[in-house]
Design a binder for this molecule. Structure first.
Ligand SMILES: [Zn+2]
Ligand SMILES: [Zn+2]
Length: 808
């Protein structure tokens, strides 16, 4: 037998290896293997099996890694789709579906010595004092890890060895699972009563899940036009072993892939599933749950997950990394920690140790954990069979991976849901325009939760026109009189305040008022931020640090009165200390949170009322639920509006709505004060009225005009290199090649090349070309072909970003 293997080294193709008889029963599609390559041994993944190979004199597979196939055929199929759609090499796509800790066997199961008390035969012998103490503990806990026993008995291993010599205990290594949440005390929770809107949403989701379960059981395997029978059974791509063959865009996917038809075929690029070839599925299995902040979306998720478990299926819940607080994880663990639907809940995110990640992942692969919760990459969790995928805060840009493969976890979730017949629920208080648009097109079903779950009122939002605070010759104050007064009142009443400013550091730039000198990063085209605690100037792009000059560095100027301008969170904190010396103020941004415990500690202190005012960046914008917070202040609401990005308005609306949603979660009505220099901007005004629909309608007019997403689709090509002339030259060359490659694509608009909004980052110059088209399918296919044949100078690299979320 022959195995097709995708190697981890970047080669953009597969190689055939011979399977030695002694490994025959271990090698399967999805196995991790070690193979010879030239004089080296490299790792790879088996992507297909065959009887024979077109090549002669094949080398053998050396070793199989792991007892189980690590990549299941379904996940392999998903990886192929990612490679195709996002224009990246198959090995790059494959790498993303397995956590590093599992892929490289960096970690393994941890074995620890366990002590077990043996039954006494013929009475208790007389023991010396220390052994007696150990025995006393063993009488209460007859089996426990040696290290724990030693800590409890305050003794050494020698004492336990004596007991072993006497035949009273055994010592043996056992697998001891690492549990990152072992220290949390989790109390089981029961389903909460639902309000009518929640109940209606849940009923719709459950109906789709039941429908899916029925149709999988009843319907015969559908035929896919142009593909032989074998293809439908999901083995065709294994035979072919080349690139995957389904091309469909996220916006087209609902109609492109009929539910329960595994999209596979052996015709290679010729076999193309186009959005138009299939009628839209009669019942949409993707839902958008649009619920205002505090409307109880999580309870709907929990009860839908319970349904999946009842059906003998599993669930994946994606949350943004930033919201993966112990508070969130505990809610899910608590619900399924006992009762008939009890299951382990595995947690996957980047703050775990390699060992913890290894154990959590294997709990899912072994089927012991039927639910996975995690950030972006948890979408690849090998939950099987999969009944439900929840993507909470679906509008979050952190679902998009910023390095290859540049996939969007929400969009991958929809494709995976379609491939595996799972229901997908996207939830948000501020849906992305893409998802809302898909509801309008009938691709997703819209479910609304218009009110807060427990009859709590939405907070009152007041907008302060900061232009009124400007006094000639004086710096603009950080706090308007209105906000200052509101803070004083709330602190006085022993209530809590959250102040939001999405900019860390003390001041945003260091400027000389005489000669105009601005301290800039030597590696990036941005000004340096002054950090007062460290007394340093820092670059927020490349982390470059330099000392603060005492006088203007300009040789001819040397002005000692060099000045800081712009406000960061450190300066807000310092000003609060002066204005409210008795209030306990804590700042929370990535400068403060160096260790993973810090986040938990600060939130814990805030919860128990040890902190009066919490100042922070977007880290405090979402997911937090503190009943005693009655005032939220937004220091500078227009900050995100001035970014050179067509989504600036959408982002501002989302951020303001989310931050405002932290107020008034308890019994006292909440209040939000928004300070802005452009108070009449629609994004600010609609956020004030909690009016998503009007914001959407207004924003869509602008997107329609320019054919920006969600109306059109974008691919962003960025060329990077240290030599600006070479980058520019390569960009011009790419432009010409694109013009040839894209002939005949409908409505294609090619913009650029132009310098990126952030021209230089980490010493690299960046030039961009933006492609816009009605549909992505044909575009990304042509791009993939072009990239394979494109030759660029060695020191210039090209990054292709399909459906980018950031244009910087
Ligand atoms: Zn100067
Ligand atoms: Zn820099």
């Amino acid at each position: 037998m022959i195995a097709h293997v995708t190697l981890e080294i970047a080669l953009r193709k597969e190689f055939d290896y011979f399977i030695p008889p002694e490994l025959a029963d271990q090698v399967d599609v999805g196995s991790r293997v070690q193979v010879p390559f030239g004089s080296r041994k490299v790792l790879g993944c088996v992507t297909g099996l065959a009887e024979e190979s077109a090549r002669a004199a094949l080398k053998p597979i050396l070793k199989v890694i792991g007892a189980q196939t690590l990549v299941t055929p379904k996940i392999l199929k998903l990886a192929r789709w990612i490679g195709e759609y996002y224009c990246c090499a198959p090995e790059t796509a494959l790498k993303s579906v397995l956590p590093e800790a599992v892929r490289h066997e960096q970690a393994n199961w941890r074995e620890r010595l366990h002590v077990r008390a043996l039954p006494l035969n013929g009475g208790m012998p007389k023991l010396p004092a220390r052994q007696k103490e150990v025995w006393r503990i063993l009488e209460e806990r007859p089996e426990l890890p040696l290290s724990e026993l030693l800590a409890l008995a305050k003794t050494t291993a020698a004492t336990v060895r004596r007991l072993e010599d006497r035949g009273l205990v055994t010592l043996a290594p056992e697998i001891s699972e690492r549990d990152p949440y072992a220290r949390e005390h989790i109390l089981p929770s029961q389903p909460l009563p639902l309000n009518p809107a929640q109940a209606k949403a849940l009923a719709a989701i459950i109906a789709a899940m039941d429908e899916g379960a029925k149709s999988v059981a009843q319907s015969p395997k559908p035929k896919v036009q142009g593909a032989p029978e074998a293809a439908v059974q999901g083995s065709a791509f294994e035979v072919q072993g080349s690139m995957f063959d389904v091309r469909c865009s996220i916006l087209d996917v609902q109609s492109a892939v009929p539910a329960s038809a595994p999209p596979s075929g052996i015709q290679g690029p010729k076999f193309e599933v186009q959005g138009s070839e299939f009628p839209p599925s009669p019942r949409s299995s993707t839902f958008l749950l649009h619920g205002v902040t505090g409307s109880g979306k999580t309870e709907v998720y929990l009860q839908a997950i319970a349904r999946a478990l009842e059906q003998g299926k599993g669930a994946i819940v994606l949350v943004p990394e930033i919201s993966l607080t112990p508070q969130t994880v505990e809610r899910f663990k608590a619900r399924f920690s006992s009762g008939p639907l009890q299951t382990l809940v595995a947690v996957l995110h980047s703050h775990l140790s390699a060992g913890e990640r290894h154990d959590e992942w294997h709990k899912i692969r072994q089927g012991r954990a039927r639910m996975a919760i995690g950030a972006r990459s948890a979408i690849f969790a090998p939950v099987e069979p999969l009944g439900l995928i929840v993507v909470d805060e679906e509008h979050e840009h952190s679902y998009k991976q910023e390095e290859a493969p540049r996939y969007h976890a929400r969009d991958v979730a929809i494709v995976r849901g379609q491939m595996e017949g799972a229901v997908v629920v996207l939830g948000s208080a501020t849906p992305s325009l893409e998802s809302y648009y898909n509801c309008g097109k009938g691709k997703y079903t819209l479910l609304q939760l218009p009110e807060r779950a427990d009859d709590k009122k939405m907070p009152v939002v007041r907008i302060v026109d900061m232009r009124q605070t400007v006094r000639p010759g004086k710096a603009v104050p950080i706090f308007s009189p209105q906000l200052k007064e509101a803070i004083a009142r709330r602190v006085e009443q022993k209530e809590q305040v959250i102040l939001f400013l999405n900019r860390r550091g003390y001041s945003t730039s260091l400027q000389c008022p005489l000669c105009g000198y601005v301290a800039e990063c030597p590696n990036c085209s941005v000004s340096l931020t002054y950090h007062r605690h460290e007394n340093k100037l820092c670059c927020h792009i490349c982390a470059h640090v330099e000392p603060v000059p005492a006088v203007c560095p300009n040789e001819k100027c040397r002005n000692p009165a060099i000045r800081y301008s712009g406000v960061g969170t450190q300066r807000v904190e310092a000003t609060l200390a002066k204005l409210f010396p008795h209030a306990r103020t804590v700042r929370m941004d990535s400068d403060v949170l160096k260790r993973k415990e810090d986040y938990r500690r600060i939130l814990g202190d805030f919860r128990v009322g040890k902190i009066d005012i919490l100042v922070g960046t977007q880290m405090i914008a979402k997911g937090l639920h503190f009943p005693n917070v009655t005032l939220v202040g937004i220091i500078y609401a227009d900050l995100a509006l001035h970014q050179p990005d067509f989504r600036a308005g959408e982002r501002t609306f989302q951020l303001l709505t989310q931050v405002a949603g932290r107020a008034g979660r308890g019994d006292i009505e909440g209040e939000v004060v928004v300070q802005a220099f452009t108070p009449f901007h629609p994004a600010i005004q609609f956020a004030r009225r909690h009016d998503f629909e009007s914001f959407y309608a207004q924003e869509m007019e602008f997107r329609e005009q320019l054919k920006y997403p969600p109306v059109g689709r974008i691919a962003l090509l960025t060329l990077k290199g240290r030599n600006e002339e070479k980058v520019k030259f390569s960009a011009d060359y790419l432009k010409q090649e694109l013009q040839k490659a894209m002939v005949g694509i409908k409505d294609l608009v090619q913009a650029g090349p132009a310098p990126a909004p952030l021209l230089r980052a980490e010493t690299y110059y960046r030039y961009q070309i933006m492609l816009r088209a009605q549909r992505m399918a044909a575009l990304s296919q042509r791009l993939a072909v072009l990239i394979r044949s494109l030759t660029l100078p060695d020191d210039v690299t090209l990054a292709v970003d399909i459906d980018p979320v950031a244009l910087m």
